[in-house]
Design a protein around this ligand. Structure first.
Ligand SMILES: Nc1ncnc2c1ncn2[C@@H]1O[C@H](COP(=O)(O)OP(=O)(O)O)[C@@H](O)[C@H]1O
Ligand SMILES: [Mg+2]
Length: 262
């Protein structure tokens, strides 16, 4: 177990019910022939407020897919749709070989999809150890901490005492506890210094390389996103205006100047 070296501190991490660390109840292996995520003609929003208007989107296993676009363009809503957090009006969402359109969030989590919210994504007054225990369920939190050795000295400190970058690392550890095959990150570098933002992006790339999972990254820093992703979607007013490789978007002067301020 990841340990602060002081056994009397706090409760142990939650233990796996059966010693297994696999994600989800029966998450199928990702079929090599299909994208990890495939969204077709998705119209969704919040109650009567429709935000996405017929979005097509796909993301592959072992790749980082970025979503960029101005404030209010629907980036977070697209992530939330993948995690069962908004109302689907029409269209379909497939992930990991299943139809997850209108599937409740707890089931989506069990299928192997995790979501890191943009703000307030840790419990400030709980220690790191407690934060991990709260989300662990039947999973073992200590294995997630193997990826975050830089946090081990702080395990028994309240999360509020961490720096912004450390807090984002904790939030990442909290979603990694479930050993997801798909990880959804909503602006993980927002409000961080450039140095800390780089650390977070490198960590996301490390996770992607080590776990061979599918990562969807919403980024407000377009340069960061384009430099570090395999594929990018540009949203405007709830529509996809570009989906493809980042180089092509960067070289498209019209799109880059109209939507990315470049
Ligand atoms: N919970 C909600 N209820 C109603 N409208 C919302 C909610 N969350 C976001 N919206 C609206 O959806 C639109 C897109 O928001 P969002 O997906 O958060 O955009 P982005 O992440 O690109 O900034 C905005 O007009 C926003 O006001
Ligand atoms: Mg957002």
């Amino acid at each position: 177990m990841a340990s602060s070296g002081d056994d009397h501190q706090g409760a142990p991490f939650a233990q796996d019910a059966g010693g297994a660390t696999s994600s989800g109840d029966s998450a199928p292996d990702i079929d090599g022939g299909h994208p990890a995520i495939e969204i077709k003609e998705l119209a969704c929003g919040y109650g009567k407020n429709q935000v996405l208007h017929g979005v097509d989107f796909s993301a592959d296993v072992s790749k980082i897919t970025a979503i960029v676009g101005s404030n209010g363009s629907g980036k977070s809503t697209l992530l939330k749709a993948l995690f069962g957090l908004c109302d689907v009006k029409s269209g379909s969402i497939r992930a990991l070989g299943r139809d997850i359109t209108r599937i409740p969030t707890h089931a989506i989590l069990n299928y192997g999809i995790s979501y890191m919210a943009q703000r307030k994504n840790v419990f400030q007054d709980l220690t790191l150890r407690e934060n991990l225990a709260v989300v662990a369920g039947r999973h073992r939190a200590d294995r997630a901490m193997d990826h975050f050795p830089e946090l081990l000295p702080f395990l028994d400190r309240p999360a509020i005492t961490l720096s912004g970058g450390q807090r984002q690392l904790l939030a990442m550890a909290m979603i990694l506890v479930h050993n997801p095959k798909i990880m959804l990150f909503d602006e993980p570098t927002a409000a961080l210094s450039p140095k800390n933002a780089d650390i977070i992006i490198e960590k996301i790339k490390d996770l992607n390389a080590e776990h061979d999972n599918c990562i969807v990254l919403v980024e407000q820093n377009v340069k960061h996103a384009l430099r570090n992703c395999d594929k990018v979607y540009l949203l405007a007013s709830g529509n996809v205006v570009y989906g493809g490789d980042p180089e092509t978007l960067l070289n498209d002067k019209d799109l880059a100047s109209k939507y990315l301020g470049m």
